[in-house]
Design a protein around this ligand. Structure first.
Ligand SMILES: *Cc1c(COP(=O)(O)O)cnc(C)c1O
Length: 360
């Protein structure tokens, strides 16, 4: 058996040099004479690792000084609930823009904790387009505006940062963080589960403006309170040390690649190659409006559903893994996160051409 091109939507492919280094350091990490998993998170070696990872992320994303970086747990889903708990009062309005599965879920999880308003929804288009900004109905008093810059399942991505109309903007960047440059200063909070572009599942990276932390209520358990996590350098309890270590390796790898601007060029080239082929194939189809197509997740269908099983089986034999679409959308999905090289996408396109020729 050997490694393949892995198009999984998440947990997703990691850069091979990162996996090799983690393997090489598995038994003895640095001077620790133990695995990184076996040492105290309060020891000076781990604290140095934690600070370096944060520093590298700050460099990669250009994070301003008035933002804290937190390394949390619970997956993005836990924070769907924790965000309203920290940043809104129960009687306060919170606006959600729903553009697919994940933003819908974020809004649902917030419901018991604040007055959730759906400011805009792409449901009418079956989540194949972003509702035009002019149609959004924002509440001037909303505690925040939440949106999902990249919908991992529907393959819908915002290609600019929406104007939140005064409320702090909160973004679930789980599936496109670090894929292209973003102006962090436009956000109140950015958060991301790690298993797409950062590392191992379970870890959550949060970038939060300091004035937002002043809102965190004192009457919630400390473990849910972001201000407490920030005051304790994300070590209120034992952090996900191995996840933090892996994230640090991925950040170093990204810096070696030339940073986020360089990886963005590659990501655009990958997306252009695949969409360009799909649109010209006369065989495959992507349902998403061109201006909202995701660089990271590309759903596509074959002309007849009966072909799906053969496509997947033959793709696997050709070394192309995890192309099955999400059950909510059907068909196929190719995820093209940072760790996917252009050659992987070229191999996929070559396979798709061959399959189309044989099945037309
Ligand atoms: C994967 C994903 C999630 C869910 O992450 P968990 O770690 O499973 O909680 C949430 N939002 C987006 C945009 C995702 O891609």
């Amino acid at each position: 058996m050997s490694r393949t091109y892995n198009f999984s939507a998440g947990p997703a492919a990691l850069p091979e040099p990162v996996l090799r280094r983690a393997r090489d350091e598995m038994l003895e990490w640095g001077k620790a004479r133990a695995s990184v998993m076996e040492v105290s998170h309060r020891g000076k070696d781990f604290i140095a690792l934690a600070q370096k990872a944060e520093g590298d992320l700050r460099t990669l994303m250009g994070i301003p000084q008035n933002y804290k970086v937190l390394f949390l747990q619970g997956g993005a889903t836990q924070h769907f609930a924790q965000i309203p708990m920290n940043f809104a009062r129960r009687d306060q309005g919170v606006d959600y823009v729903v553009t697919g599965h994940w933003s819908e879920k974020a809004a649902k999880e917030a419901k018991p904790l604040a007055q959730v308003r759906i400011a805009a929804s792409g449901a009418e288009s079956k989540f194949t387009a972003i509702p035009p900004r002019a149609q959004w109905q924002l509440d001037a008093d909303a505690a925040y505006l939440h949106y999902t810059p990249n919908e991992t399942i529907h393959g819908v991505e915002f290609h600019d940062i929406p104007d939140a109309g005064g409320a702090p903007l909160i973004a679930d960047m789980s599936s496109n963080i670090l894929s292209r440059p973003v102006d962090v200063s436009k956000f109140g909070v950015i958060y991301a589960g790690a298993q797409k572009n950062i590392g191992a599942s379970g870890l959550v990276v949060m970038i939060v403006r300091e004035d937002m932390l002043a809102r965190c209520p004192k009457d919630i358990p400390k473990i849910f309170n972001y201000a407490e996590h920030a005051a304790n350098e994300s070590m209120l309890n034992t952090p996900n040390t191995f996840g933090w270590y892996l994230a640090g390796l991925v950040f170093e790898w990204l810096l070696e690649q030339g940073g986020v601007a360089a990886i963005a060029q590659r990501n655009l080239a990958k997306a252009d190659l695949l969409y360009g082929y799909i649109d010209n194939s006369g065989f495959y189809k992507n349902p998403v409006e061109k201006s909202a197509r995701s660089w990271m997740n590309v759903p596509f269908t074959l002309p007849r559903e009966e072909l799906d099983a053969a496509f997947l089986k033959e793709a696997e034999s050709a070394g192309l893994m995890a192309l099955k679409g999400h059950r909510a959308v059907g068909g196929m999905r190719a995820s093209l996160y940072n760790a996917m090289p252009l050659e992987g996408v070229q191999t996929l396109v070559d396979f798709m051409k061959d399959f189309a020729t044989r099945n037309s």
